[in-house]
Design a protein around this ligand. Structure first.
Ligand SMILES: *Cc1c(COP(=O)(O)O)cnc(C)c1O
Length: 364
């Protein structure tokens, strides 16, 4: 079996794989209604929220579009807090639908600074919403969302969060932190296959929804809400992925959210420690390093592409490269969802052998 260590999709436990072999059922029938209600209730526990939570068929990016088109109108000013590729994507979606995006960018590998967010909000009082990535998967950085949220709420703005690669793995108490819209995706920390995006919405976000005029049809959450009241989704859902998520949520509740969060913290620390022992520099600043993905800088002659190839062909270990301007400069180890220290030990042991084969000459 491959050791798939990219930041989603992740390997899946056997119980979850089995769930996907189930025969199809009527998505407008009673049985599916019960499963949908049950999955939604479990998601609310994992989201630590009493807000509405919706299960939508699509990938995480669809969830980001959902967040934008359900709360904003063309011409609305939004502050885009961006620390990497996914922050830029979020801003692009808002821009494509006609928002006036005010960018607030931070150096890749670092976290956003809450004081800079305060200054940006002071400088432009007409800003309606703030877009922020909780965990930037492209750089392996987790933002201090509690601090950012308290600043955004000083100004009483909507806070719209891409938590696609953090929710369910890294602590994110949605109600305590007053997040208005929060988005995640089934193939990241949820031990489930791709196909679903899950989105929560606060009362304030619903108020924004009633005035929001961006075009929306497939992603209209008013439709999702009225159908959920009868145990349905507006459109045909990814039934097999719902079966799988139902089982994985059961497993997650058994393990318990605090234990899951602690496991991710342990595994990520083991990853960073292992990388440092190999003599490679970490790309993300360690104070904000992510617990779901570790980014590693290429150095001392290491050819990332060659390394990834040898790992894949000779060890069946799949790691991720860098995206966009980071291609060839970093590689990333995903450690989210179904992962333990053993999975990472295997990666580190293989790297020990493969790094010199891929040009790495440890200094000193
Ligand atoms: C994976 C990811 C996305 C994109 O999700 P897709 O499911 O590929 O559409 C967006 N933002 C973050 C932070 C991600 O990790």
């Amino acid at each position: 079996m491959e050791n798939l260590r990219i930041p989603g999709p992740t390997p899946l436990p056997n119980e979850v794989l089995q769930a996907m072999t189930r025969q199809m059922i009527n998505h407008r029938g009673e049985e599916f209604g019960q499963i949908l209600n049950d999955v939604t209730a479990k998601l609310k526990q994992m989201f630590q929220t009493t807000q509405d939570v919706f299960l939508l068929t699509g990938s995480g990016t669809g969830g980001l579009e959902t967040a934008i088109v359900n709360t904003l109108s063309p011409g609305d000013k939004v502050l885009s807090v961006s620390i990497g590729v996914f922050g830029e994507r979020f801003a692009t979606i808002a821009e494509q639908f006609g928002a006036e995006v005010i960018p607030l960018r931070f150096e890749w590998g670092k976290a956003a600074d809450a004081d800079a967010v305060r200054q940006a909000l002071q400088a432009e009082p007409k800003i309606k919403a703030v877009l922020v990535t909780h965990n930037e998967t492209s750089t392996g950085v987790t933002n201090d969302l509690a601090s950012i949220s308290s600043v955004v709420k000083e100004f009483d703005k909507l806070l719209i969060v891409d938590a696609i690669s953090s929710l369910g793995s890294i602590s994110l108490p949605i109600d305590d932190w007053h997040l208005d819209v929060t988005v995640t995706g089934s193939q990241k920390g949820w031990m489930a296959p791709p196909g679903l995006t899950m989105v929560s919405l606060s009362q304030e976000a619903w108020q924004a929804h009633s005035k929001a005029r961006m075009p929306r049809f497939y992603w209209d959450l008013a439709k999702a809400k009225s159908f959920l009241e009868k145990g349905q989704t507006p459109w045909t859902p990814a039934i097999s992925t719902v079966f799988a998520l139902s089982v994985s949520l059961e497993m997650m509740l058994m393990e318990g959210l605090p234990n899951i969060i602690a496991r991710h913290a342990r595994v990520s620390k083991a990853t960073r420690d292992g990388i440092k022992l190999l003599g490679l520099p970490l790309f993300a600043e360690e104070s904000c390093a992510s617990n779901t993905v570790t980014s590693v800088k290429s150095s001392d002659g290491l050819e990332v592409k060659k390394m990834l190839q040898i790992l894949r062909e000779e060890y069946q270990i799949i790691l991720a490269g860098g995206q966009q301007t980071l291609a060839g400069k970093i590689f990333r180890i995903g450690h989210l969802g179904w992962v333990t220290e053993n999975d990472i030990e295997t990666v580190i042991s293989a790297l020990k052998v493969v790094l010199p084969q891929a040009g790495f000459r440890r200094a000193g």
